[in-house]
Design a protein around this ligand. Structure first.
Ligand code: AMP
Ligand code: ZN
Length: 110
């Protein structure tokens, strides 16, 4: 998707603060964090939203969910974290490339 900002982040066309990457997924810090630690995990594959995911994405979605606790711990969220997936305009989704927010550690520094 040429006009997708998260595809551009994956391609390195827009800078990001990388948390993790492998052949399937990319994770990076949210530019407007709502917690002290706030990053997103996204598939390299452009899936617009959770509502656009199909059974063929089952393994990819499972991989993302299993990465959340691992990366959260690496980012210092030892006692727990929150996850959030906004889906569709009614769900408050602003960027239409599927992403799982992972955040915690108290309020973001001002
Ligand atoms: P959502 O409302 O779930 O679609 O959230 C999109 C998130 O992407 C928001 O929390 C934004 O702060 C974040 N975001 C938008 N552009 C960038 C960017 N260039 N780098 C990092 N995060 C971004
Ligand atoms: Zn995309």
């Amino acid at each position: 998707m040429s006009d997708c900002i998260f595809c551009k982040i994956i391609a390195g066309e827009i800078p990001s603060q990388k948390v993790y990457e492998d052949e399937d997924v990319y994770a990076f810090h949210d530019i407007h964090p709502f917690a002290r630690v706030h990053f997103m995990i996204i598939p390299r594959l452009h899936i617009a939203s959770l509502a656009d995911a199909t059974p063929e994405h089952r393994e990819l979605l499972g991989k993302i969910m299993l990465l959340a606790p691992k990366l959260a711990k690496e980012q210092g969220l030892d006692s727990g974290f929150k996850t959030l997936v906004n889906t569709g305009k009614g769900g408050g989704q602003e960027v239409f490339h599927l992403h799982v927010h992972v955040f915690g550690g108290g309020p973001a520094a001002k």
